[in-house]
Design a binder for this molecule. Structure first.
Ligand code: AMP
Length: 499
């Protein structure tokens, strides 16, 4: 890490106060002329952490992590955040935005002496985020950056018992990371008190809005006092985010590191024009051909994700699936297994498209193109992270061509298309799916007292091996011997069924 604090200068509209509690900056109306955006005045960009004036405990943690220079979002967002300004950040995950908000929060609490204040049991900072995975990841980042500071943080999210979360809250928490639904539950039960929150952070705000969290967000914001500092990060800036920001932020400094809806340049994109029925075999072929060890495959539906993962396992390619029907434990296990290299392929719905930071994902497959073109950008952003290069390969059947055009329009890129398919392997027949969760009976059918028994998997004739439904880590049936089928040109009859 460069240790010369003098090599960079930055000019703040308001310089950071030297006392422990940075005073809230005056409102724009008091200080600034009418301008549509309020750029934080910066001199030369900050290119080392030392010149950010962070606490020594944080600088040590940054050094432990091996970070040498602040990323662009950190260089732009940390100085105004440290100065107490509201920040509106347009940045995707993978840009280092977690540290961009975590470091100022930790710094403020360290300098206010909160770590040593045993009386302070109520959260001073609140991070709202859309998913439990992201909540876990953000908490882990606070633990990493705050490892030399004795601050308490915890994550609360739905899908698991609230018992341990409640216990952690009662023990005392300085930084609370939460998904909106569970936080509202706990607020309603009087288990959590937001009256002392000074810094309110909304991470992946666009995703939270997509998930219908607008009312919970407004409700939560109303529980936090008006004089708070608010940092809002979003990968995209649609009108709804702008109006949310207008209502929650005061005179924010706007920082943008990735042009809205643009894909990271280090990601090489291509698309196969392929029949729906050929997608699975093409996936197997490409995984083999490229000797892919770590790839994410995105499907549109949960059922589709299970099906793709099962068929990979049956062909001896260790895969797992992650989607909204899986329990929190199953999701975490799948992620841990994927991170640890126990399975080569993680098949996901868009629940995993954002926020997840998994190292060394070399390829992202869009097995199905997403209905929302923005989701494509988020999906492929799972590769090409932390400076690495990545390949994003999409499969487009004839029903998805308009989606492809929308993606190309949004990203302003013509994606290189392949219409000639390679020789594809013949795959074991798909096995009948066993739902991971019992389905509620459809209309007209009487439930068996609400308890539906999943059907056992159908036995395949001649099937040797370990053909379990669900998503184990191990290679499945080991069908091996998948014979190549000569297919020189693409089928003219694209399948029309949805996965
Ligand atoms: P995020 O966008 O917060 O999910 O961060 C993406 C990845 O970048 C994480 O693995 C971080 O550990 C890493 N990272 C964050 N800041 C830096 C930095 N300044 N230098 C190098 N890596 C970083």
């Amino acid at each position: 890490m460069s240790r010369n604090p003098n090599n960079l200068r930055r000019t703040f509209r308001k310089s950071a106060p030297k006392n422990n509690r940075p005073a809230r900056p005056e409102r724009a109306a008091d200080t600034a002329p009418e301008t549509p955006s309020t750029p934080f005045e910066m001199g030369e960009p900050v290119t080392d952490f030392v010149s950010l004036d962070l606490s020594p405990q944080l600088l040590r943690a940054i050094q432990d992590e091996g970070y040498e220079t602040p990323s662009l979002i950190q260089a732009q967002a940390i100085p105004p955040a440290l100065a107490g300004r509201d920040v509106l950040g347009c940045a995707q995950t993978g840009t280092g935005k977690t540290a961009a908000f975590a470091l100022p929060v930790l710094d403020k609490l360290i300098k206010e002496g909160v770590a040593n204040d045993r009386c302070h049991h109520i959260p001073r900072a609140l991070v709202l985020c859309p998913t439990r995975e992201l909540a876990g990841q953000i908490t882990a980042s606070f633990a990493t950056y705050g490892r030399h500071a004795r601050l308490r943080h915890t994550a609360i999210y739905g899908g698991v018992s609230q018992f341990h979360q409640e216990k952690a809250l009662r023990r005392g928490v300085n930084i609370l990371v939460a998904t909106p639904g569970r936080l509202i539950d706990l607020l309603d039960q009087g288990v959590v008190d937001l009256s002392e929150v000074e810094t309110f952070i909304l991470d992946e705000a666009d995703r939270m809005l997509d998930m219908g969290f607008i009312a919970p967000i407004r409700r939560i914001a109303s529980e936090i006092h008006e004089d708070r500092q608010t940092l809002l990060f979003s990968a995209t800036m649609p009108r709804e985010i702008k109006s949310l920001a207008d209502s929650l932020l005061k005179d924010p400094v706007r920082v943008t590191v990735t042009p809205v809806a643009s894909a990271a340049p280090k990601i090489e994109q291509s698309v196969y024009m392929v029949g729906r029925q050929e997608k699975q075999a093409l996936l197997h072929h490409l995984i083999d051909e490229h000797s892919i060890e770590k790839t994410l495959v995105f499907t549109r539906t949960k059922h589709g994700a299970d099906k793709v993962a099962n068929r990979l396992n049956r062909a001896g390619i260790a895969a797992d699936a992650i989607h909204g029907n899986k329990s929190q434990n199953q999701r975490q296990r799948a992620l841990d297994g994927f991170r640890a290299g126990k399975c080569r392929v993680l098949v996901a719905t868009d629940v995993a498209a954002r926020g997840l930071d998994i190292d060394a994902v070399s390829h992202v497959f869009n097995f199905d193109l997403p209905n929302e073109p923005e989701a494509y950008v988020h999906r492929i952003g799972r590769t090409g992270r932390a400076g690495a290069t990545g390949l994003a390969i999409a499969f487009c059947d004839k029903d998805e061509r308009s989606l492809l055009r929308q993606i190309e329009r949004l990203t302003g890129t013509k994606i290189a298309a392949t219409t000639e398919l390679p020789e594809l392997p013949v795959l074991p027949k798909p096995e009948r799916q066993v739902e991971s969760k019992p389905r509620t009976p459809r209309g007209g059918q009487q439930g068996n007292h609400g308890a539906s028994t999943p059907r056992p998997p159908k036995r395949r004739s001649g099937g040797g091996g370990n053909d379990r439904g669900g998503s184990g880590y191990g290679a499945g049936g080991g069908q091996g011997g998948a014979k190549p089928r000569s297919r020189k040109t693409r089928s003219s009859s694209y399948g029309s069924r949805r996965a």
